[in-house]
Design a protein around this ligand. Structure first.
Ligand SMILES: NC(=O)c1ccc[n+]([C@@H]2O[C@H](COP(=O)([O-])OP(=O)(O)OC[C@H]3O[C@@H](n4cnc5c(N)ncnc54)[C@H](OP(=O)(O)O)[C@@H]3O)[C@@H](O)[C@H]2O)c1
Length: 238
């Protein structure tokens, strides 16, 4: 058996209204999957749905474990679930407040845990988490996010043993040009991307579609579980 088909399979993408999640929802939809995108802002969800085509939308804050659990209770078990959510700021630990660091953990780590705890997924289906390359190659410019990403890598591996025959994997992106970076003024953002590109073997930053392609591959490869796949242009080995 080659790639598992996605046509008519169900896919829930937390959070499919932007960036990597949006590109994943788009790719799965293009392969015929029945996609539900979940995130907080109804406006962004509606805009994403208009762009993708026929997808379901659900406005949920991933930090709200009860709301996440209700969502799964009210839906039939999914074939594939993806968690690509984070609303966080970064910096050196000692220059930031502990409240900001806890908020980052709540959003990215506990968001993934909330979904993993409640998700109902068919046997042989998949749960894919999204971490980040600095979990493998930590940076003092983003200390807590390095730790959060490493925790998500390990969470995926442990869940793969706990949730089998559901397959659990993690995709760990390098720097990817998504709306997440819009908090930086354009000049600063472009300078950062140029600096990253110069230090990366492939001499560029990544595109959300390139991360989405790997997430879709993990949905479709029935022999992959417990894997952490870097999609980083070689940044982790430079
Ligand atoms: N971009 C990069 O360079 C890069 C590199 C490594 C790893 N990553 C990781 O990849 C993942 C996706 O990042 P991205 O760049 O695609 O980000 P993005 O474009 O900012 O998209 C984030 C998505 O998450 C949703 N979201 C945020 N907080 C949420 C919450 N509490 N509840 C529900 N939905 C929430 C947002 O929608 P609402 O705001 O409407 O809720 C949005 O749809 C993140 O985990 C990020 O850390 C990104």
């Amino acid at each position: 058996m080659g790639a598992l088909p996605l046509a008519d399979r169900t896919v829930a993408v937390f959070c499919g209204s932007s960036g990597i999640g949006f590109a994943t929802a788009q790719a799965a939809h293009a392969l015929g999957a029945r996609v539900t995108i979940v995130s907080r802002s109804r406006e962004r969800l509606a805009e994403a749905a208009r762009e993708i085509g026929k997808v379901e939308t659900q406005a949920i804050d991933i930090r709200d474990a009860a709301a996440v659990a209700r969502f799964f209770d009210e839906c039939a078990p999914f074939d594939n679930v993806v968690v690509s959510a984070a609303d966080l700021s970064v910096g050196p630990l000692r220059q930031r407040s502990l409240a900001d660091e806890r908020a980052a953990m709540d959003s990215k780590f506990w968001g993934a845990v909330n979904v993993a705890h409640a998700a109902r997924i068919v046997a042989g289906g998949s749960l894919t988490l999204v971490s980040g390359m600095i979990g493998t190659r930590p940076s003092g410019a983003a200390t807590m996010l390095s730790a959060i990403n490493a925790a998500i890598d390990t969470l995926a591996k442990a869940l793969a043993t706990e949730m089998a025959p559901v397959r659990v994997n993690c995709v760990s992106p390098g720097r990817i040009e998504t709306p997440w970076w819009d908090y930086l003024p354009q000049e600063q953002r472009l300078a950062l991307f140029e600096k990253t590109a110069a230090a990366t073997p492939l001499k560029r930053v990544g595109r959300p579609e390139e991360v989405a392609a790997q997430i879709v591959h993990l949905m479709q490869n029935g022999f992959m579980t417990g894997s952490v796949v870097l999609v980083d242009g070689g940044g982790s080995v430079a």
